[in-house]
Design a protein around this ligand. Structure first.
Ligand code: SLL
Length: 170
């Protein structure tokens, strides 16, 4: 596989999480009643879909991503979660925030090294300044899901000709 020297091509992504506080009813049905939130961590495409207003996630990144590994906190069973097809996401419940390591492995033909991102799982909607105080349950539920997303660009420099062809075909 020859490489195309001097060329860089990128794909825009977003990564991060959404989180919602569990209702009392949901908490009662869980194996771990100390869990307070349900959350989803994900890597999505930030490319807009031609002829639509839609951005983020609706299209498929499997043509260049082979696997996304989400490394959760060691308090979780099997903390290293491999996702081998879209949607590249993991949903869980829990009680605490922690840093998630996100390793993206690219398709074999790319010859690219994997890429590691870090995301601080955000459960609490602390955006205001001042002393953070845990809101009462009813207030927290009304405030809706927490979103914490980061935009990034995956840059491929001197791509292989095969990989370039694949990227250009999508
Ligand atoms: C810390 N921020 O760094 C804390 C860790 C761990 C969160 C938070 C549930 C685990 C489970 C969970 O929310 N862990 O019960 O399965 O020390």
């Amino acid at each position: 596989g020859g490489r195309v020297r001097g060329l860089s091509i990128y794909r825009p992504i977003i990564y991060g999480n959404t989180a919602t506080i569990l209702t009392q009813k949901e908490r009662e049905t869980l194996a771990s009643p100390d869990h307070t939130h349900k959350w989803t961590v994900a890597v999505r495409s930030a490319a807009s879909i031609p002829d639509s207003d839609q951005v983020g996630g609706a299209d498929d990144m499997a043509y260049f991503i082979k696997r996304v590994t989400f490394k959760l906190h060691d308090t979780y069973p099997n903390p290293s979660r491999n996702v081998d097809k879209p949607p590249f996401e993991v949903s869980e419940t829990g009680w605490g925030e922690f840093e998630i390591q996100i390793r993206i492995t690219f398709v074999q033909e790319s010859g690219e090294k994997s890429m590691t991102l870090y995301h601080h799982l955000k459960l609490h909607p602390w955006t205001a300044t001042g002393e953070p105080e845990i809101p009462p349950l009813d207030v927290a539920i009304k405030s809706g899901p927490v979103h914490s997303w980061q935009y990034d660009e995956v840059v491929f420099s001197d791509p292989t000709q095969a990989f370039l062809n694949t990227l250009m075909a999508h």
